[in-house]
Design a protein around this ligand. Structure first.
Ligand code: 0L1
Ligand code: MG
Length: 270
């Protein structure tokens, strides 16, 4: 009987360099899935290697994010469960500050809830157990930006690309004594609503997403540490940024967060 050919191990260091260079230069690359056979484990290893390159340049870990947490987005990608990725301090955009478009390929924003941890979280925990590790809760905007041409990717591509994580802004922190299960969220561009949703769209309750982050961190060899910010995932579809626009997210009971978009995207300048 003919034996199945053994799959060659992917060259994680080479692929990490490709993705990291694309993120640094704003010049997108073709999908890895077109030429590489990556499984989900490979993709998470590649994600860790890409982020490690940032840390080697002096950036610091600041947290983690969950992606594809809304039913619509998961169905669009054909995935059964959300994905996990890493945040670094270099991705932080000041609330009320400016986002320099030139640093991105084709950025979009998402409406999120952020948790600040006061204790480590790992493995299988219930949403209620996850809550005991939360120091504070805030409204947050995530900036996503695919390093692949035309924002086209497979599931393993997007996991390897750190789930398109590219930036985040955090609004005022609140004591975790309000229920974030069903809060109204409105995203405005220049004062006009462009996305309206509820935090209930984040896996039914953002705390479920936090519990899942703990499980996926452990499963992918990562750790959720005290002081980490965890973005629970978007309550709405992502909205593309354009030059000059003022972005503001208002979340019921939690207040607002926002920034201004300055300059032009790297691709538009070529
Ligand atoms: O944070 C997210 O839900 C985005 C996950 C990656 C998919 C995308 O870039 O649209
Ligand atoms: Mg997101």
């Amino acid at each position: 009987m003919a034996r199945a050919a053994r799959r060659a191990a992917p060259d994680i260091a080479r692929l990490a360099r490709l993705l990291d260079d694309a993120a640094r230069t704003g010049i997108p690359i073709p999908q890895l899935a077109a030429t590489e056979t990556l499984n989900l484990d490979d993709a998470y290893k590649l994600q860790a290697a890409v982020v490690e390159r940032r840390l080697d340049r002096g950036d610091e870990r600041s947290g983690a994010k969950m992606g594809l947490t809304s039913r619509a987005k998961a169905a669009q990608m054909g995935v059964a469960e959300p994905i996990y990725a890493r945040l670094t301090r270099g991705m932080l955009i000041d609330d009320g500050g400016a986002l320099a478009l030139a640093a991105y390929v084709r950025p979009k924003v998402e409406c999120e809830i952020a948790f600040l941890l006061k204790a480590p979280l790992a493995g299988r925990v219930s949403p209620a157990q996850a809550m005991t590790a939360v120091e504070a809760i805030a409204p947050a905007i995530e900036v996503i930006d695919s390093r692949y041409r035309d924002f086209k990717f497979s599931l393993t591509d997007v996991v390897a690309d750190n789930a398109s994580a590219a930036g985040y802004a955090i609004g005022p922190w609140h004591r975790p004594d309000c229920d974030v299960g069903n809060l109204g969220m409105v995203l405005e561009f220049d004062g006009r609503p462009v996305q309206i949703g509820s935090s209930a769209a984040i896996l039914g309750h953002p705390l479920r997403s936090l519990a899942m982050a703990a499980r996926l961190a452990a499963a992918t060899g990562d750790r959720l540490e005290p002081g980490f910010v965890i973005l629970a995932g978007s309550a709405t579809a992502a909205e593309s940024l354009r030059p000059g626009v003022s972005v503001r997210l208002a979340v019921e009971q939690l207040g607002c967060v926002g920034f201004r978009v300055a300059g032009q995207a790297a691709q538009q300048q070529q």
